[in-house]
Write a protein that binds this ligand. Structure first.
Ligand code: NAD
Ligand code: UD1
Length: 338
């Protein structure tokens, strides 16, 4: 029996493939390479030390999905495949609803048809919206998302929960990620954003390597200790290990469970910049600019449900995250392009 990993060539997916294999699972990977490259797959295979089947396939292609299920015995799906750029989702919402929401519906239809009813889904802390105060707990009412990307995650959580109500054989774990950063400690795989990064850590890394002149810090007048935004940064390898535990859980239970994957500790943008400089002995010039519309002051998790339900806890600290991000960036200044 194997676990199908959709979007397995992406940033979080590639790290999860390695941790799943390390934990003894057989995996099958699917990706359409929309936001990833074959080189990521080559390196994932190299780091896993084991080969696994790969299908270049879109999750909206029902026939392509059926073929994967017919050629492999799939007992559960870890579903990463999706579009994730918040700003872009405002410009081209239909593409986001089609890819993320419709894609998930097609995937679930084929899964049900093939008798595979267990899924671990990549949700996001963004589903908590603007109103809930941190630390965020899974029993808070979700919604009130400020952009189409966030709404796709909210809608998919609802669809998967409805599915579990309609058919008690379904088992779904909705993993709400906080802010994944860092890279595999080998420096061989990591986050490879297209163009100018939107997210903090890739931007900091590209400033440190001289590709970008300086970081713009979006606001220093939030109600936080130093006025800059506070986030729950989590090492991508810890996050990947959370998927192993969620898979163990989904195979042994039914019903839908939402689970935060965070460390429970908030660090500010300035904390991260200073930790990055210190861990790596590099300079990160920055300038304070206006707040970015839609940003919140402090967002961090209460991670206790992940500990009690899944037996998972983040282990890596901010220094590990900064050191591993820099190793990836400095060894691969052009990402997977070289
Ligand atoms: P990523 O873009 O690196 O990986 C997603 C992968 O899915 C890519 O390889 C892409 O080519 C593939 N893909 C996209 N649409 C597809 C489709 N229709 N069919 C097949 N493959 C498709 O992103 P990531 O950072 O690894 O994120 C993985 C998941 O986690 C996404 O669903 C994302 O929304 C969610 N998430 C990410 C973050 C984050 O900060 N990175 C935070 C919260 C949630
Ligand atoms: C963003 C998305 C969120 C998504 C997540 C992961 C928004 C509003 N939210 O979260 O939906 O799930 O990315 O993809 O876009 N910052 C700077 N300068 C920069 C970049 C960021 O100061 O150049 C600050 C931000 O203001 C924020 C913190 O760094 O305080 C983290 O930003 P970012 O990495 O973009 O993540 P989020 O905004 O938390």
């Amino acid at each position: 029996m194997a676990i199908l990993i959709t979007g397995g060539c992406g940033y979080i997916g590639s790290h999860t493939c390695i941790e799943m294999i390390k934990a003894g699972y057989d995996i099958v990977v699917l990706d359409n390479y929309y936001n990833s490259k074959p080189e990521a797959l080559n390196r994932t295979r190299e780091l896993a030390g084991k080969d696994f089947p790969f299908y270049e396939c879109d999750i909206r292609d029902a026939e392509g999905l059926r073929r994967i299920f017919k050629e492999n015995k799939i007992e559960a799906v870890i579903h990463f495949a999706g579009l994730k750029a918040v700003g872009e989702s405002v410009q081209i919402p239909l593409k986001y609803y089609d890819n993320n929401v419709n894609g998930t519906v097609v995937l679930c239809q084929v899964m049900a048809e093939m008798g595979c009813k267990r899924m671990i889904f990549s949700s996001s802390a963004t589903v908590y919206g603007e109103k809930n105060p941190s630390p965020l707990t899974e029993d808070m009412e979700i919604g009130g998302c400020t952009n189409p990307y966030g709404r796709t995650k909210f809608m998919i959580e609802g669809i998967l929960s409805d599915l579990c109500v309609s058919d008690p054989e379904w088992s779904v774990v909705l993993l709400r990620y906080f802010n994944p950063i860092g890279a595999h400690e080998s420096g061989r795989i990591g986050e490879d954003p297209n163009g100018i990064p939107n997210n903090l850590m890739p931007y900091v890394s590209q400033v440190a390597i001289g590709k970008l002149a300086r970081l713009s810090i979006f606001g220093d007048d939030y109600d936080t200790p130093d006025g800059t935004g506070v986030r729950d940064f989590i090492h991508v390898v810890d996050l990947a290990r959370g998927h192993v535990k969620a898979t163990d859980y989904a195979l042994a239970h039914t019903g839908a469970e939402a689970v935060n994957l965070g460390t429970g500790t908030g660090y500010s943008v300035l904390d991260l910049v200073n930790a990055f400089k210190e861990a790596n002995g590099v300079d990160v010039p920055y300038v304070i600019v206006d707040r970015r519309p839609g940003d919140l002051g402090a967002v961090y998790s209460d991670p206790s449900k992940a500990a009690s339900l899944l037996g998972w806890k983040a282990e890596k600290g901010l220094e590990d995250m900064c050191r591993d991000s820099w190793r990836w960036q400095s060894q691969n200044p052009k990402g997977y392009a070289e």
